[in-house]
Design a protein around this ligand. Structure first.
Ligand code: S3P
Length: 175
């Protein structure tokens, strides 16, 4: 079984499945589950679209940074981060202190399919959603890849398969 008490922090683009795979993974590992977006919304008492609309993205990033830094004493948790968490070096540094970073990698078509019915992601609130996904993914892909301890390609995996794959890799590396 897994040896360390480090958190497993899931990183990746909007729609890659961080929340659903994260929940499945936490259940299988008997870890707590923390969804950063949900916690940020609770703290702000506002939805993410509302935060963006009223105060702008920079303000959201401040809330996100504060929340990530508040996880310093957390262990044995699966943390589902927001897709833009890797834009801040401070977030990466804070996460790396007590978490293994796992990039759930998916292609633009899969991300588009997974977000097609969503209206809770302000950055995808545009007529050409696929085009926006491709553009943002191109900017962010190097950041996800560079900062990940583990990369899982989830294009062809179901939720449970992805969670099992993560556990298999962690165990094989003795993490
Ligand atoms: C964002 C991703 C969202 C949320 C916010 C910004 C991003 O989280 O944090 O809308 O910049 O990619 P999910 O990745 O959970 O959708």
């Amino acid at each position: 079984m897994v040896k360390s008490n480090k958190n497993l922090a899931l990183i990746g683009f909007m729609g890659c499945g961080k929340s659903v795979i994260g929940r499945a993974l936490a259940n299988k590992m008997n870890y707590s589950f923390i969804d950063c977006d949900i916690e940020i919304q609770k703290r702000a008492n506002m939805t993410i679209p509302h935060i963006f609309e009223k105060y702008g993205e920079d303000y959201f990033r401040e809330l996100e940074k504060n929340f990530i830094s508040s996880l310093a004493a957390t262990e044995e948790s699966v943390i589902s981060t927001g897709g833009g968490v890797i834009k801040s070096n401070a977030n990466i540094d804070n996460l790396k202190k007590n978490s293994i970073l796992i990039y759930l990698k998916a292609g633009p078509q899969k991300l588009y399919k997974n977000t097609i019915h969503d209206d809770n992601r302000p950055l995808l609130d545009t007529p050409d959603r696929l085009g926006r996904i491709k553009e943002l993914l191109q900017q962010r892909e190097p950041l996800y890849t560079r900062n990940a301890d583990i990369i899982i390609n989830i294009n062809a995996l179901e939720i449970n398969e992805a969670a099992d794959e993560i556990i298999k890799i962690i165990e094989s590396r003795g993490i």
